[in-house]
Design a protein. Structure first.
Length: 137
């Protein structure tokens, strides 16, 4: 798998992948999320490509202190082959290249498969509570 910034012609494929693997929610507009990440100075969307086919994505960004990863997705037929781990390593390198000292991921509490994946990569739970407020409905 080759990793690069998501090419524009693959934006629809990325959004379709996010829908396919169940990452989208009715209250989040994945197309707007994608545009904001690619337009931001401190964020991007990485694409995992096999030849020219999109097989994985990860949105990565930071606030200068903490990096965040969202929309980590691997095509169902390509899962359990190490592509998710490779993409997380690419996100970590992207953040390290920018001097960001910490990386966070948010996982829905009910998603035990994702929690297990991140734990196998060495991620652990911090004693924090995430609070949020919708600014755009």
């Amino acid at each position: 798998m080759r990793v690069e910034v998501l090419p524009q012609h693959l934006h629809p494929a990325a959004i379709a992948l996010w829908h396919e693997v169940g990452l989208t929610r009715p209250w989040n507009d994945p197309e707007a999320d994608l545009r904001r990440a690619l337009d931001g100075a401190e964020s991007t969307v990485l694409a995992g490509l096999d030849d020219e086919a999109l097989i994985a994505t990860a949105m990565v960004g930071h606030d200068g202190h903490r990096g965040w990863v969202y929309y980590l997705a691997v095509s169902p037929e390509r899962q359990h082959r190490g592509y998710g781990s490779q993409l997380m390593a690419a996100c970590e390198l992207w953040l390290l290249d920018r001097g960001v000292p910490k990386i966070n991921v948010m996982v829905r509490g009910s998603n035990e498969v994702a929690v297990g994946f991140y734990q196998r990569l060495g991620y652990g739970a911090d004693d924090v509570r995430v609070l949020s407020r919708r600014l755009i409905r």
